[in-house]
Design a protein around this ligand. Sequence first.
Ligand code: FPP
Ligand code: MG
Length: 410
Amino acid sequence: MAAWLASCRRFRFGAHTVTWYSYLRPAASFLSTTAHSRSLHSFCRASQVICLSKMAKAVSTCCIPSRQMHVSAAPLHATYKSKEGFSNDALQLIHTDLQSLCEDIKNDLVCINPGLRDITHYYFDGKGKAFRPTLVLLMARSCNATCGNSREVTMAQRTIARIAEMIHTASLIHDDIIDQADTRRGKLAASRIWGERKAILAGDFILSTASVALARLGNEHVISMVAQVVEDLVRGEFMQLGSKENENERFAHYLLKTFKKTASLMAHSCKAVAVLGNASVAVQETAYLFGKNVGMAFQLIDDLLDFTACTSQIGKPTAADLRLGLATCPVLFACEKYPELHSMIMRRFGHAGDVERAWTCVFESDGVQQTHALAERYCKEAVKTAQRLHDSPEREALIRLTDVLLTRKK
Ligand code: FPP
Ligand code: MG
């Protein structure tokens, strides 16, 4: 227990006080970011070199090209010159688009049945993180600026932001049924209020509404990309139901599952707004890679928060993944030091005491720190990719988004 607490303290030293609210709030300044970057970098200095051995091979297949992962002591965005006030302007513009997002989605969800209306509107209360729409709207403006067009987000690009949020929300409603979750975003899960059957249908209705909006865009390329996202979501969720027997395949399986479950939506939505902005193929690819790397990092931090955050912060119980039998990144890293975890993974932490033992192993190893370092690597890749876009307030805001992601608490 003492070791566990020490681990928590050690990790928290390197973390986390930027909130989503402060990010979106126009008055939020770069000062807070700088402070967080500093503490984050202190954390990085404390763990300079991270050996991944077997895992590195799997990681390299997902864009991170090294067997030994060096966590740089240099600032995350050493090449990025911050201009005070610059980004805040961009965020204010996004803020305006975001403000109407939930209302626009609720207007899309035209339900004759009031019962269905209540469930489908439940999560569009403006209290979610809106990470996907934020990413998509900033990417749309960045691509527009890169192409020399007006930066203003077009109607079609705004539709993609709404579609991304709708698909995400539909998948969460279904996910909470699969995971038997009681809460989501600090309130009762829809399935706990209205029952599973109605919640499934509400998820389906949101998804079908998103499909109608997508079809109306009339862009075959974009339609096929977003259809791919839905397939990926289902495949990713299905992959999560199984574990690889072969230990060497487990990390690659985890990363592929993470791409499908989380990164695919961000990657394809970013690419879709580039396509709709008539961006070149190179810019479309840049948008895709940025979304993909950010998506991978986002899920890694999500998996880490399941160990480090408290229930009141993330609005759902912690250690939920272990209890569901899931071996996420912190556990996979912990296997290096505690090979006993392999048999626990195979029985999906099903024996009495497995969850507690696995939890201890994670904190007595560097599982949490290595997961954070891996998320940082993905963010660095994302930042490198973003440098290919023209310098603009929106590009800075995208880069800033990676910091917010790495320091988020929920
Ligand atoms: C949350 O994961 C779940 C997802 C990101 C995707 C879920 C996908 C499906 C249920 C497939 C069906 C898809 C559609 C479009 C209806 P998590 O359980 O790791 O995160 P959590 O802790 O927030 O629940
Ligand atoms: Mg879940």
